[in-house]
Design a protein around this ligand. Structure first.
Ligand code: ZN
Ligand code: ZN
Length: 374
């Protein structure tokens, strides 16, 4: 292929991303070249952009950020003929795919836990200057490697509906399964961003008796209700953590939640969430990806009440299928295709600063997507 494609290059924390052009090389054996249509800004991307994770600090690594995306097959490498369900793949097919791959020979991989492989995220954070260049979501193209799974997207689902599949939706489905959410349990969700909203619907679908969502933004709380929340706790009304914990106790017959899900991305919320747990309850943390942030807790609360904290990162590829099936089944029940705001690639710096400003001051945009024009 002789053409070129655009990509937004992250050159370091605090630097604006630069739009550059790279040649679009033919996919190698087993690979697939995808022309992206929509890419979302996930909370993890914001953490990297702000410098919370250590990636990109001090410059040096010029790369394309982003991992939550969808698009259509532009070209298939030799031998990549079918999707993960054995259906024939061809140019133009709309697809979702895992954004990571595992090494296949570490202990986690031997155990079958691909998502726990130490090298799983190395597919994302790679130098953009080296071919095949397009290994992040904020560009015209993305190269799916031989080891990454691909699934065709049903015609009934729009690109906006499926853009969040390969991070947010799969992440909460796998997290709730790992946290062993059971029929009839009560769930508290801390944070109604992308993951929190999906978690609300998925918990509902998994048979939760009551889903309680905690956030401080009117649009998000409104959306949480549309996504299936039974109760909302508005931080602007209940400004004190103790008042919020009491409210959860009230809503759970004085017992506390069976499962509390953290999708805020900051450890400060954990002590509050732990106090919302009933005896024998689980606390699932999905959002705390940044190192060297701490929270203080009295561990006897965990021991004495048989409470546990569970951390979950990534998901097994089968969850892609579960996520698409869920969207197909429930797209008319929940507003899964609603996108708060879309930006063209050239405006990616505005998209990031609007999303970041929102996280800090509740002004800006609740969740941003990049429209890649395909
Ligand atoms: Zn491995
Ligand atoms: Zn993500």
């Amino acid at each position: 292929m002789a053409e070129k494609g655009r990509a937004a290059i992250f050159t370091g924390v605090g630097e604006p991303m630069e739009i550059r052009q790279y040649p679009v090389v033919d996919p190698g054996r087993g690979q697939a070249l995808v022309r992206l249509s929509v890419s979302n800004i996930c909370g993890s991307d914001l953490h990297v952009w702000r410098g919370d994770t250590g990636i990109g600090r001090g410059g040096g690594l010029e790369m394309i950020l982003g991992h939550e995306m969808t698009g259509r097959i532009a070209k298939l490498g030799e031998g990549r003929t079918k999707d993960a369900l054995g259906r024939t793949l061809k140019e133009g097919d709309r697809v979702v795919f895992t954004y990571y791959s595992s090494c296949g020979h570490c202990l986690a991989c031997l155990r079958g836990d691909d998502n726990q492989c130490m090298t799983s995220l190395m597919t994302v954070y790679r130098p953009a200057a080296e071919a095949p260049h397009f290994l992040g979501a904020y560009g015209d193209y993305y190269y799916v490697s031989r080891k990454q799974s691909i699934l065709k997207v049903p015609d009934s689902l729009s690109d906006d509906m499926v853009a969040g599949v390969n991070c947010a939706l799969c992440q909460v489905i796998h997290g709730l399964l790992e946290a062993d959410l059971r029929f009839g349990e009560t769930v508290v969700i801390q944070g109604a961003g992308g993951l929190g909203l999906y978690a609300t619907s998925v918990a509902r679908e998994m048979g939760a008796h009551k889903v309680i969502v905690v956030d401080g933004v009117a649009e998000r709380l409104e959306m949480a209700k549309r996504m299936g929340a039974d109760e909302i706790i508005d931080i602007r009304e209940l400004t004190d953590a103790r008042a919020r914990t009491s409210r959860v106790m009230e809503l759970t017959d004085g017992w506390g939640a069976d499962l509390v899900v953290e999708v805020v991305g900051f450890p400060e919320v954990m002590p509050e969430g732990v106090r919302m747990m009933g005896r024998g309850a689980r606390y699932l943390t999905l959002g705390n990806i940044s190192p060297k942030q701490y929270y203080k807790e009295d561990p006897s609360i965990l021991v004495g009440g048989n409470r546990s904290i569970i951390g979950v990162s990534l998901y097994p590829p089968i969850v892609l299928k579960r996520a698409l099936d869920f969207l197909e089944r429930r797209k008319d029940t929940y507003p899964v295709g609603d996108v708060p705001k879309k930006y063209p690639l050239e405006k990616i710096n505005d998209a990031f600063s609007d999303a970041d400003q929102f996280a800090k001051s509740k002004k800006g945009v609740t969740r941003a997507s990049i429209d890649l024009g395909a």
